[in-house]
Write a protein that binds this ligand. Structure first.
Ligand SMILES: Cc1cc2nc3c(=O)[nH]c(=O)nc-3n(C[C@H](O)[C@H](O)[C@H](O)COP(=O)(O)OP(=O)(O)OC[C@H]3O[C@@H](n4cnc5c(N)ncnc54)[C@H](O)[C@@H]3O)c2cc1C
Length: 508
């Protein structure tokens, strides 16, 4: 054990942050190479009352992988990729990155199959994607990571291994029992699920709870609080023959939002549109800076300054004629929304398509870099990024509320993301501490609003350590207590992912 666990020294400082730029501290660190080593570390820590924070890719934005004391376990060395027995799934070690997984699938299926959720950041790890129930642009058509998780291997707080497969263990109402085979024949775990109802929008806030639920779903999106994922099997689906990317630009504000609403409501396009992604003026400004800095290299074209909004859509299909028809339909909608189809960019394959995807990725990355820069002179600042989703019919008025509140407060912001799922990321670029606290207050107000309108305070990033207060606003204290009680069943000392989702020690 001594060999596996090292004292935390400066050389590991990078492991004290994730992409939220929140910084923590730890006493020890480990890099287990396989499940046995990881399980013995967890067992040792739990026997010695040491909290364990687990990290895969470290690309999370909620500080869930940021430790505040105790042990930090990095899963980056738990690799290993293989195809499932039927050739229709991939089995990945927790430390495999999304890029590695995608490359492996392409090579081993001749490009015929793919893993649809595309959480944008290719260095995210399999363990983190499962534990955050990540999603991304293609969630619009295909749903989040949860929909593709077929089997998980999980280390529980006492070091026991849980091997859980979809379709095998179900709750009865809100009661559950896991026993026998799944736990390697060693005992049983039973208890009661919380009583809350999840909002009917894209949601990654708090534990996934439903009557009669498949118990595998409890561990997906649990943010390292119920167990440590060492291996995941993901189902794959057939890759469409054609995938084209179209970026529609608009010269007037709100035309982009109108266009997105039209695309979502268009029956003719319902089988073709894989994603609908929005960029506001601030996001386009960040992309212009990036294109200018790269001087057109890497496929980045400079976006003309007259464009105020843009919407990226991905079209899919099996026949070229259908693609042309869908493209024409999109052109009609661009015109109907007040834009000009001649302003749009279209990529049908290869490098130009990749460049569009890079553009999408460059937006949050640009924000993160700006925050990192400001943080040098103002260390208290972390990324202030919202991740809220709302019922579709309330989307337009919610965006108006976002803009009104931010502009009244005089804050710099960018707004971008998964408009197809009524889910935009509002990122505030605080230039000093005063703006930072003002931004936090605004987000807290919105979180309360989400609770009232059936929205979610986190559609895809999870709660981590940065959105715990928002979760209470969304579900209330009773539900938070029930989540804590559920955690106690799997982790009686509250050592795994301590203080993720909710504070462990709380006095009411
Ligand atoms: C530029 C950029 C773009 C992004 N875009 C998207 C997007 O479009 N959609 C989206 O959903 N997310 C997005 N993200 C957020 C992030 O990439 C995802 O949340 C990702 O799934 C996190 O994976 P990770 O391996 O980096 O997790 P980490 O940051 O390592 O950890 C995240 C959480 O999961 C827990 N965890 C990690 N590994 C394990 C494990 N093996 N077992 C149990 N718990 C574990 C951690 O304790 C922590 O709570 C983006 C991030 C960046 C930087």
């Amino acid at each position: 054990m001594k060999k596996s666990i090292r004292n935390f020294t400066n050389e590991y400082d990078l492991y004290l942050q994730d992409e939220s730029r929140k910084t923590g501290y730890a006493e020890t660190v480990s890099f287990p190479k396989d499940i046995e080593e990881a399980a013995s570390i967890v067992k040792y820590c739990c026997e010695n009352d040491v909290p364990v924070t687990v990290r895969s890719g470290g690309t999370g934005v909620g500080a869930g992988a940021v430790p505040f004391g105790g042990h930090l376990m990095s899963m980056e060395k738990i690799k290993g990729l293989k195809m499932g027995a039927d050739g229709m799934s991939v089995i990945a070690g927790a430390g495999c990155s999304l890029n590695e997984i995608n490359r492996f699938i392409t090579i081993n299926t001749g490009g015929n199959l793919f893993l649809p959720p595309d959480p944008t950041e290719g260095s995210a790890g399999a363990g983190g994607m499962v534990s955050c129930n990540s999603s991304g642009a293609r969630t619009y058509m295909y749903g989040p990571v949860r929909n593709y998780v077929k089997r998980l291997t999980i280390i529980l707080s006492d070091g026991k291994i849980l091997d859980i497969e979809r379709g095998k263990i179900f709750a009865s109402g809100r009661n559950f029992e896991i026993n026998g085979e799944a736990l390697g024949g060693t005992g049983k775990i039973s208890g009661k699920l919380p009583g809350y109802e999840m909002p009917k929008v894209k949601n990654a806030a708090g534990y996934y709870i439903k009557e009669d639920m498949d118990l595998i779903d409890l561990f997906i999106g649990a943010e390292g609080t119920l167990g440590i994922v060492t291996e995941a099997e993901f189902s794959l689906v057939e890759k469409p023959k054609y995938i084209w990317g179209i970026i529609a630009f608009f010269r007037n504000e709100e035309n982009g939002i109108d266009f997105s609403e039209m695309v979502k409501g268009c029956d003719d396009l319902s089988n073709s549109i894989m994603s609908v992604e929005f960029f506001d003026q601030g996001s386009l400004e960040l992309l212009r800076e990036k294109a200018e800095a790269s001087k057109g290299s890497g496929g980045f074209r400079i976006i003309p300054s007259e464009f105020k909004e843009a919407v990226f859509t991905e079209l899919k299909g099996e026949a070229h004629e259908d693609m042309i028809l869908a493209l024409k339909r999109l052109e009609d909608l661009i015109t109907a929304a007040g834009g000009n189809p001649d302003d749009a960019w279209c990529a049908v394959s290869g490098r130009s398509f990749e460049a569009f995807k890079e553009l999408r990725h460059a937006t949050p990355e640009g924000v993160n870099n700006r925050i990192a820069e400001i943080k040098k002179s103002c260390p208290a600042i972390t990324k202030l990024g919202s991740d809220m989703s709302v019922p579709g019919k309330l989307f337009k008025e919610t965006v108006k509320m976002y803009k009104r509140d931010l502009e009244n407060a005089g804050l710099e912001y960018v707004m971008f993301g998964h408009i197809g799922d009524s889910h935009l990321h509002v990122n505030i670029i605080s230039r000093n501490e005063e703006e930072y606290f003002k931004g936090k207050e605004i987000f807290a107000g919105w979180a309360e609003h989400m609770g009232m309108i059936g929205g979610s305070i986190s559609a895809e990033h999870g709660v981590g350590k940065l959105k715990r207060e928002f979760l209470v606003k969304m579900y209330g204290e009773k539900s938070e207590d029930e989540m804590r009680e559920l955690k106690k069943i799997f982790d009686p000392k509250g050592l795994l992912g301590r203080d993720n989702i909710f504070l462990w020690d709380i006095v009411r």
